[in-house]
Design a protein around this ligand. Structure first.
Ligand SMILES: NC(=O)CC[C@H](N)C(=O)O
Length: 724
């Protein structure tokens, strides 16, 4: 009997549900209690300092040394009042997870005593070793210095017994080595560009913030079963496993009643998340068995992403208390839904206006159309870069099936808005009109409430949903900064170009609104090819997209080319979001991550097959052989053991196929490993090594169906997905 699997199944049956203590049934009583937010700053800081800090946060201007000193003391006093002993700069290196190095407040004094201290300098800047994080060749081991620098726009928080200060991470020479630094640059470019365009309509607008609401999908699996699957704990996904007889075909999991044990887990991590100021609002069962989703209310992007990174960490930590493992991988189980991280993006002014919500008046609608059409145009122009921003080895498995969008970037608008754009495209703009009202006739009526009227298209990578765009292509394990840096940068760049074009027409004598509409009309025409309302999975769409000149790059290594293309280099430079060196470093890091992850998967496949799966199959085959021998010894006719013989032969066929293919895969790996160039290596891993995964799996899964269940060593899909 395969002991680990059966022990794990036994363990699951003995699970009890831990009691979840909530500080109060009213969330408002404890929301943000572990965040050094404005209210706490006000309580702990002198009035003048508080004002100065707020002003710096608003304007993004640097905070002086004296003020930093006062803030650090205030943070320390607040944190210590809550039992905190350590502080850390909390940052997002290009590993994809968050990083922290804790220092205690404790400081010995010359008289042999000690005090608790947190200096302003320690708040503002720290110096972790940059060479041990992915840096794409920017830093070598002998010149390792890197800096983390405080991001005052994201408040400090307490996690466990540690005060965490959100920071950016840059090299000694100032290059970004993290996700946050480029994002902040893109957001600042967006703020400036969007505010200037807003002034065509409303001079009182002083700031535009990009906002983001992140839906987080995930799977849960019992910890004991997870630990009995080396592929899951080493790679995040099941490399083998025959589909469960019952999967998601009855569609009975989506929005179903949440299992009690899962609900306790959700309540537990939600409580901690809410204390950390993460505005979680929604929870539900997702489509696949054991798949779930949580979603917060939208926030300013930088904060929304910090919160999502923190949330993922928190979900993993809290899962342990409940003997669960949370799987954030995009496709842990082949054949059923994968997990996305849908990014709901919009632009909000400091006056509270959502620029992607249609308004009451034609003037408001022109403002809406301006941002709407410019977004479409930006995505049309830089679809390849957006595709690159969501590319990863794990997302490659998810894209193109089970309600995840395909690799072709297109935009879904819904019938009504499509009609509106078509109407504008064919309308004649009356330039001579003395009255504005004549021009307004060129703008079709847009119903103010689109929310309930826009249809949903789950196969679209970028869908308009009434008052925001939903970037559905982002994978569940991703840091949203990559796509959000790109999206905000390309839209900002587009808005800058738009303004230049409109101003030119105005200079020539066009009325402002006529000029705006004229350029919008031109953009609608130019970007038409990116709009698609149909089924993104159909072969017709792939053919049609090709005709339209849209790219369809299915795997990461080639999708990443867009990061270093000439066109991208230009926009990076013009917006100042990435230097050429930074972009190349990132390209290198992403390629490395790609082939290294495939290398790990290939090795796990080799080990599991050789040491776990084939021995089980051989054991079963030996049992059958003994059975046949016994029947023969009894002198029975051949037809009494014909079925056994047939199974013995089938086992041999699968065993031979698997063994020889694993050997060939290892040979391909060896060839790939000696390639010097990262792109060549990544492509070799993708096209040569990975091509063995599916055939090997097919035969392993066939063995799973043949071998005696009590001998099968790995927990089966039905157990991973249904036993809790
Ligand atoms: N219902 C849904 O929206 C499913 C989305 C799907 N899980 C994805 O991969 O994006």
């Amino acid at each position: 009997m395969s002991t680990i699997r059966f022990q794990a199944l036994q363990t699951v049956l003995t699970r009890t549900i831990p009691e979840v203590k909530q500080p109060s049934f009213k969330i408002s009583d404890f929301y943000g209690s572990n965040v050094f937010d404005k209210k706490k700053m006000q309580d702990y800081l002198p009035k003048e300092t508080f004002k100065a800090v707020l002003a710096s946060i608003e304007s993004g201007s640097p905070i002086s040394r004296e003020i930093a000193e006062q803030i650090s003391s205030a943070m320390k006093a607040w944190a210590m009042s809550k039992g905190v002993t350590h502080y850390t700069h909390w940052f997002q290196p290009l590993t994809g997870t968050t990083a922290e190095k804790h220092d205690s407040f404790f400081e010995p004094t010359s008289d042999g005593q000690a005090i608790e201290r947190f200096a302003g300098d320690a708040l503002v800047q720290q110096e972790p070793d940059a060479s041990s994080f992915p840096n794409g060749g920017i830093r070598s081991t002998f010149e390792a210095r890197g800096y983390t620098a405080w991001d005052p726009s994201s408040p400090a928080f307490i996690f466990g017994k540690t005060l965490c200060i959100p920071t950016v991470f840059v090299s000694y020479t100032g290059e970004a080595l993290d996700y946050k630094a480029p994002l902040l640059k893109a957001l600042s470019v967006m703020d400036k560009a969007a505010t200037e365009v807003c002034h065509y309509f409303d001079k009182s607008i002083e700031k535009v913030n990009a906002s983001l609401g992140i839906e987080q999908e995930y799977f849960l699996v019992d910890l004991a079963l997870f630990n009995a699957r080396p592929d899951l704990f080493l790679t995040g996904r099941a490399l083998f496993g025959h589909a469960s007889a019952k999967g998601q075909q009855l569609e009975d999991h989506y929005f179903g009643s949440i299992p009690e044990r899962v609900l306790a887990y959700m309540q537990d991590f939600e409580t901690e998340a809410l204390q950390l100021g993460i505005p979680l609002k929604t929870r539900h069962n997702e489509v696949a068995p054991s798949q779930f989703e949580c979603a917060p209310i939208y926030e300013e992007i930088n904060l929304a992403i910090d919160h999502n990174q923190l949330l993922m960490d928190l979900m993993e930590k809290v899962a342990k208390r409940h003997n669960f493992k949370v799987l954030l991988h995009e496709k842990p189980y082949a054949g059923i839904n994968g997990s996305g991280k849908h990014n709901n993006w919009s632009l909000i002014t400091n006056t509270g206006k959502n620029l992607l919500a249609p308004g009451k008046t034609p003037k408001n609608n022109l403002m809406f159309l301006t941002f709407f059409v410019n977004t479409i145009k930006a995505v049309y122009e830089h679809a390849d870069l957006l595709r690159a921003s969501i590319a990863s080895v794990s997302n490659d498995h998810r894209l193109g099936a089970n309600e995840a969008p395909p690799a072709i970037i297109s935009i879904f608008l819904g019938e009504q808005l499509n009609d509106v754009l078509d109407e504008i495209e064919t309308s004649r703009i009356s330039k001579k009109a003395k009255e504005d009202s004549a021009m307004w006739h060129s703008i079709p009526k847009i119903p103010q409430i689109l929310l309930d009227n826009t249809d949903r298209n789950r196969t679209s990578p970028f869908a308009f949903t009434g008052n925001k765009f939903e970037l559905r292509a982002v994978g569940s394990s991703a840091n949203s900064s990559s796509p959000m840096t790109v999206l905000n940068m390309i839209v900002a760049d587009q808005l800058i170009k738009f303004k230049a074009e409109v101003d030119k027409l105005i200079k020539k004598g066009d009325k402002k609104d006529v000029a705006i509409l004229t350029i919008l009309k031109k953009y609608i025409k130019e970007s038409k090819n990116i709009r698609f309302e149909g089924n993104g999975y159909s072969d017709e769409w792939a053919a049609e997209a090709e005709k339209r000149g849209l790219q369809n790059i299915k795997t990461t290594p080639k999708a990443l080319d867009a990061l270093v293309s000439e066109k991208t280099e230009k926009i990076f430079e013009e917006t100042g979001v990435f230097t050429k060196r930074e972009a190349h470093a990132r390209h290198e890091i992403l390629l490395e991550a790609y082939y290294k992850k495939l290398q790990i998967e290939a090795r796990v496949i080799g080990e599991l097959v050789t040491n776990v799966i084939l021995p089980a199959a051989v054991k079963y085959q030996t049992e059958l052989i003994n059975n046949v021998k016994g029947l023969k010894d009894l002198g029975l006719a051949k037809d009494t053991y014909a079925s056994q013989l047939e199974i013995i032969e089938r086992l041999s066929k699968h065993i031979n196929f698997i063994k020889s293919n694993v050997e060939q895969m290892v040979e391909e790996r060896k060839k790939a490993n000696v390639l010097e160039d990262s792109r060549d290596k990544a492509i070799a891993y993708d096209e040569k090594v990975k091509s063995y995964f599916e055939p090997i799996r097919y035969h392993v899964d066939k063995l799973e169906l043949l071998v005696d269940d009590t001998l099968w060593p790995l927990p089966k899909f039905r157990e991973l997905l249904f036993i809790k």
